[in-house]
Design a protein around this ligand. Structure first.
Ligand SMILES: Cc1ncc(COP(=O)(O)O)c(C=O)c1O
Length: 409
């Protein structure tokens, strides 16, 4: 008996500790499925299997030569410190100049904030612009981290379902209807979008921005895929609304995902709040990446040749995927994604992508990452890899589905 008593006495404090150290409720966000698929793909590669990566939206190309050279020079210098929280003055000025060159917009460097990837930018923007419980509208299908960051920060997300009818874009009517149900404080739009790659024509974007302004809803524009346009034109939200929050990054067009460097353009009254939040949350973006990124805007010929590779991949996929059976997809205007229906083969895209990885050695991202309600019928391929890899993936899929055909279901 004495022994039993001793054991339970030992257990009790541990149980209490376990309860005390449970994870927070706000951390119970959905996983970012694409990262889970990437992990499964790397597991297979570690076991010696060949995998063609079409899951992660990440350029296969290295950062431009000039960026590498700038980073090498910085390494030779050898000293890296904190920078000003809002980023180095040199990089903020260079980004402001880019708006003149790319969009004909005269922008003050004071409105530019350098961030730790656009992901860091979203955290800072949401924290500085919104309060706990505010409601933010997001188009679905859409990039999953928007929702998950907002939820982790205690904001409410309002999914606005889009379809082929509106070219997967949110319309002013959809926004007004959601606002009428219960007022929204913010709306976030990406064009070109992820996962669809679809672009809102400049007039459609301007109309949506005007509607948001009329309704008193703050507009956030994710312009991370600007520069990667094959059809139509991607306009910056700043053209229609100088008060918009614009989020951008060196990750995609500039091929610098791992450098974790991006930027925001903010209305004047948000700059100081973002500075205070940055000082406390991150101190500053990485020094070496800021020095390297300075060179990125002058690497256009090299970056355009990388983009020509994406364009070739896009052409191949648009030709071959329908032949293989992926015959429905969103318009691939920009970015480096094709969002296809898997319905010819399966009702459950999570299981379908799992089998595709296991049996065909091709990794792609299942639709529920982007659209919890309807994504079981869809899947996203990223074509940011090499032309050789894309051709290999197509051949592997043709062989796999040719053999198994509709029996995959
Ligand atoms: C639409 C969109 N926004 C933002 C990001 C985040 O990119 P980063 O933090 O590397 O700038 C991604 C990454 O895939 C994305 O697709």
């Amino acid at each position: 008996m004495g022994q039993d008593q001793d054991l339970s006495a030992q257990r009790r404090p541990n149980d209490r500790l376990r309860r005390a150290f449970a994870p927070s409720r706000r951390s119970a966000v959905e996983p970012f499925m694409v990262m889970d698929v990437m992990r499964a793909a790397i597991d297979r590669e570690s076991a010696g299997d060949r995998v063609v990566h079409m899951e992660v939206g990440q350029p296969g190309a290295r950062a431009p030569q000039a960026v590498i050279a700038a980073a090498s020079a910085a390494l030779r210098d050898g000293y890296f410190g904190y920078t000003e929280a809002l980023g180095t003055r040199a990089l903020r000025s260079r980004i402001a100049r880019h708006y003149g060159e790319a969009y004909g917009i005269d922008l003050s460097p004071e409105q530019v904030v350098v961030t730790t990837g656009s992901s860091g930018g979203f955290n800072l923007a949401f924290l500085s612009a919104f309060d706990h419980g505010d409601r933010i509208a997001l188009a679905t299908p859409g990039y999953p981290a928007y929702r998950n960051i907002l939820v982790a920060l205690g904001l409410e997300t309002v999914d606005i379902e889009t379809s082929a009818e509106s070219r997967f874009a949110m319309t002013p009517e959809m926004l007004a209807a959601a606002h009428a149900q219960k007022p929204l404080q913010g709306v976030l739009v990406a064009s070109p979008a992820n996962p669809t790659g679809t672009i809102m024509p400049p007039e459609a974007l301007a109309d949506l921005i005007a509607a948001a302004r009329d309704l008193g809803i703050r507009f956030i524009s994710d312009e991370i895929y600007h520069g990667l346009v094959y059809e139509g034109a991607a306009e910056t939200a700043l053209k229609s609304d100088p008060e918009a929050i614009v989020v951008n990054s060196f990750s995609k067009y500039y091929c610098m995902t791992g450098w974790r460097i991006g930027w925001m353009v903010l209305p004047e009254n948000l700059v100081r709040p973002v500075e205070r939040v940055t000082q406390n949350l991150y101190i500053s973006p990485p020094d070496i990446s800021q020095r390297a990124a300075l060179a990125a805007f002058d690497a256009t010929p090299e970056l355009e040749s990388v983009k020509a590779g994406y364009a070739a991949n896009r052409k191949l996929l648009l030709e071959r995927l329908p032949e293989i059976g992926f015959d429905e997809h969103a318009p691939v205007d920009g970015a480096f994604y094709i969002y296809v229906s898997v319905r010819r083969f399966a009702n459950d895209s999570v299981e379908f992508t799992r089998r595709m990885l296991a049996e065909a050695g091709v990794a792609a991202t299942p639709g529920p990452d982007f659209d919890r309600a309807r994504g079981h019928g869809t899947m996203r391929f990223s074509f940011a890899g090499t032309e050789a890899d894309t051709a290999e993936a197509v051949d592997r899929l043709a062989a796999w589905l040719g053999n198994s055909g509709s029996t995959v279901r």
